[in-house]
Design a protein around this ligand. Structure first.
Ligand code: C5P
Length: 273
């Protein structure tokens, strides 16, 4: 484990569950998942400067309300590894939004300090964020299989400024034993094949999340009404939903339209890969 500075800022990209199948439940209550996870160009950033004590400074457009002590997953990641020093965290992602806000920060921290061991004790989304590349996530989130050749998608991420407590969504889940994903499209598959394949998959948490936060339905309707949208789905346990588009220009236009219609929503065009 490196006790060094990162010098430069390191990226903590948004995590997107393109699919999220709930396939069972363990005796301890945790659910078994089968999820295809990719990462967005939009994300938080962090910079580490080694020192004697852990200190966390949070800045950026979405810094409000983010804890700067051991309630923050980055702090807990530092404790797990034994690294000490100053952590500067620039928040651009909504936390509690289903796109890994805190988990992605912790994952980026663990990559930056060269942590090689499991980090599932920090949360079920942390191992995939630690890996930081397209992956099939299974078990309770602790089993990561590189997904390799996932195509690049142009997307819009939308969060209606609602924070959702993940346990509440899992508690509301009715069907807990659903089919896993079939095999991924073959390497080199084109956009049409990928979109058809994704359309046949699910986010099994979506109905339960909509019970907790009915506004998710409005977000999906608004995304579905944007020009040329190819697929609309919720990420993680919500409330962030995403739309996929055929080009960066079309995604940008959709994000602009949504921002005008819903000035209080967080609407960001981005690239997923
Ligand atoms: O691990 P994390 O803190 O992200 O999980 C929050 C909560 O979500 C857990 O306490 C559990 O209630 C639920 N969860 C689950 N099965 C998973 C992941 C999370 O039931 N695989």
């Amino acid at each position: 484990m490196r006790q060094t500075d990162t010098g430069d800022w390191v990226r903590a990209p948004a995590k997107i569950n393109l699919t999220l199948h709930v396939t069972g439940q363990r005796d301890d209550g945790y659910h078994l998942l089968d999820s295809l996870v990719v990462f967005a160009h939009v994300g938080d950033k962090l910079r580490l400067t080694a020192g004697d004590d852990v200190a966390l400074e949070v800045s950026g457009p979405l810094a409000a309300g983010v804890p700067t002590d051991d309630r923050n997953l980055v702090w807990r990641a530092a404790e797990l590894t034994g690294w000490r020093g100053r952590i500067e965290l620039e928040k651009r992602l909504p936390h509690g939004g289903g796109i890994g806000g805190g988990s992605s920060d912790a994952g980026a921290f663990l990559r930056a300090v060269g942590w090689q061991k499991s980090a599932v004790s920090l949360g079920a989304d942390v191992p995939v964020c630690h890996f930081g590349q397209p992956a099939r996530m299974s078990g309770i989130g602790d089993q990561i299989t590189p997904a390799g050749d996932v195509m690049t998608f142009f997307a819009v991420l939308v969060n209606p400024n609602v924070h959702i407590a993940t346990p509440k969504v899992f508690q509301n889940l009715v069907a807990k034993t659903n089919p896993p994903m079939p095999g991924l499209p073959a390497p080199g598959a084109g956009g049409r094949v990928w979109i058809e394949w994704l359309a046949a998959q699910r986010n099994d948490l979506q109905d339960a999340a909509q019970e907790v936060a009915p506004i998710i339905r409005d977000v999906c309707v608004a995304l579905a009404e944007t020009d040329d949208v190819l697929l609309v789905r919720m990420s993680g346990s919500g409330a962030t939903c995403f739309g996929l588009y055929p080009s960066a220009e079309v995604a940008r236009a959709a994000a602009e339209t949504l921002s005008q219609q819903h000035p209080n929503w967080w609407c960001v065009p981005t690239v997923l890969n």
